[in-house]
Design a binder for this molecule. Structure first.
Ligand code: NAG
Ligand code: NAG
Ligand code: NAG
Ligand code: NAG
Length: 399
């Protein structure tokens, strides 16, 4: 009992004490207790790190690579291995586990380094596993697939890769092992530059009770065949520049339950301007509009017709939009053409015996914006007036 207590005190004193005192106390007590020091723990703590019980704290030590360690220890439990705030550029998994081999580690903290590369593999079968891997504030431009353990034997699986420079999440990113189940899955990838999520990113593996946090990225759209993790509970996708056009309309379909996964933190639209700031799941189907586009010939030739109707060759999704016509007619006395404007679906002419020599432009507008189409209207093959250059000021929808 006494020995035990003494040992505890010794460990606390040596391992918590500031550097120069540590040597001192170590020498003082070391002579009397040397034979009682658990040798493995001492060896396991790299010289410049602090090792309170259950923790290897190598944070803020200016390491450019993982320190060397000479001898592996005996088996016990580590709640945290902390290499945060160093200048590591590579996470070398095999080397890391050389000095923590045999220990079950809950949290590996490599946040705030300059890591862009991961070497080696995690594999519970080799004793290289974790519950939480923190790679926040590093230099990743691509997701390092080898951070996913080949075998995983813990009840939680948390990866924090926030504040990196990821641009996309790729196919079946988490599927490394065979028939893997990753319970308690949390994937934190906020504050990257992710603009593309492959629909199968979270497939090929059973991710249970998942929390996926993709806030503060560059997501504008998401493919309709996007498959959330099987056991998703929470999907955080707010604070992305969502473009709520017709391609995103599928999101509000209740059958995909995206509304439920995101209700904790509902995403808003960034564009089009007409829906900026509106919560995606409060929009109606027809609010998701794509810009009207041309869907027919610009040149329309009317042959020997006394009466004719000019149609605007345009379509949109949804198929409702406002249409405005600008028509220029030659002035009878040779002055500048006369400009007329109509809000109607078509423009008709009646009782014309000769070339009307008119110029036509139609403008279709919806939530997403406006598209103007200058028509080439011919009468018996003869060209009419030229449509004037687009005016510099935006065309109002209504005349
Ligand atoms: C670790 O050991 C290797 C080879 O023995 C050596 O090249 C390297 O410089 C050592 N690293 C440190 C941080 O001491
Ligand atoms: C990762 O480290 C950062 C910075 O130290 C911290 O803010 C964050 O909470 C950590 N993430 C997890 C999942 O613990
Ligand atoms: C919603 O999704 C279901 C299943 O994919 C589909 O059958 C249905 O047509 C969709 N509804 C709308 C309004 O898109
Ligand atoms: C999804 O959310 C809706 C509305 O909040 C709710 O009525 C529905 O029961 C939820 N569905 C599931 C499967 O949680």
């Amino acid at each position: 009992m006494f020995l035990n207590l003494l040992l505890q005190i010794f460990r606390r004193v040596t391992f918590y004490a500031p550097m120069d005192h540590k040597v001192h106390l170590g020498i003082l007590l070391g002579f009397t207790l040397l034979s009682l020091i658990p040798e493995a723990d001492a060896q396991r703590c790299p010289t410049t790190c602090r090792c309170p019980i259950g923790v290897i704290d190598c944070s803020d030590r200016g390491f450019t690579e993982l320190p060397n360690v000479t001898r592996p220890g005996t088996s016990s439990q580590l709640s945290r291995v902390d290499f945060s705030n160093n200048i590591l550029t590579v996470l070398n998994i095999d080397k890391l586990f050389e000095f923590i081999v045999g220990l079950q580690v809950d949290e590996l903290d490599f946040s705030s380094n300059m890591i862009a590369e991961v070497e080696g593999t995690f594999d519970a079968a080799d004793g290289k596993d974790y519950e939480t891997l923190n790679l926040s504030r590093n230099a990743f431009t691509e997701f390092p697939r080898n951070i996913i353990p080949v075998n995983h034997a813990r009840v939680r699986f948390i990866i924090d890769i926030s504040y990196n420079s990821l641009t996309e999440l790729t196919t079946e990113m988490f599927a490394v092992g065979d028939d893997m189940t990753l319970p308690g899955f949390q994937f934190i990838a906020t504050n990257n530059m992710i603009s593309v999520i492959h629909p199968q990113t979270f497939q090929g593996v059973d991710l249970l009770d998942s929390i996926v946090d993709l806030r503060f990225n560059n997501l504008m759209s998401l493919s309709e065949d996007f498959a959330p993790p099987r056991g998703v509970e929470t999907l955080r996708i707010s604070n992305n520049p969502w473009r709520c056009d017709c391609n995103l309309r599928w999101m509000i379909n209740f059958s995909n339950r995206l509304v439920n996964f995101t209700e904790e933190d509902p995403p808003n639209c960034e564009t089009p301007v007409s829906v900026r700031g509106r919560p995606i799941f409060q929009l109606q189907a027809n609010d998701f509009a794509c810009l009207p586009f041309r869907s027919g010939p610009i040149r329309q030739n009317f042959v020997n017709m006394d009466t004719f109707v000019v149609r605007c060759p345009v379509t949109a999704d949804p198929p409702t939009f406002d249409l405005r016509w600008d028509v220029w007619l030659p002035s009878p006395n040779g002055a500048d053409p006369i400009q007329l404007c109509f809000n109607s679906e078509t423009v008709g002419f009646k009782g014309l015996q000769t070339n009307p020599r008119a110029a036509f432009r139609c403008t279709a507008s919806n939530n997403a914006g406006s598209v103007s189409i200058a028509l080439e209207v011919l009468y018996n093959g003869q060209q009419g007036l030229e449509v004037p250059e687009d005016p510099l000021v935006p065309i109002p929808t209504q005349c």
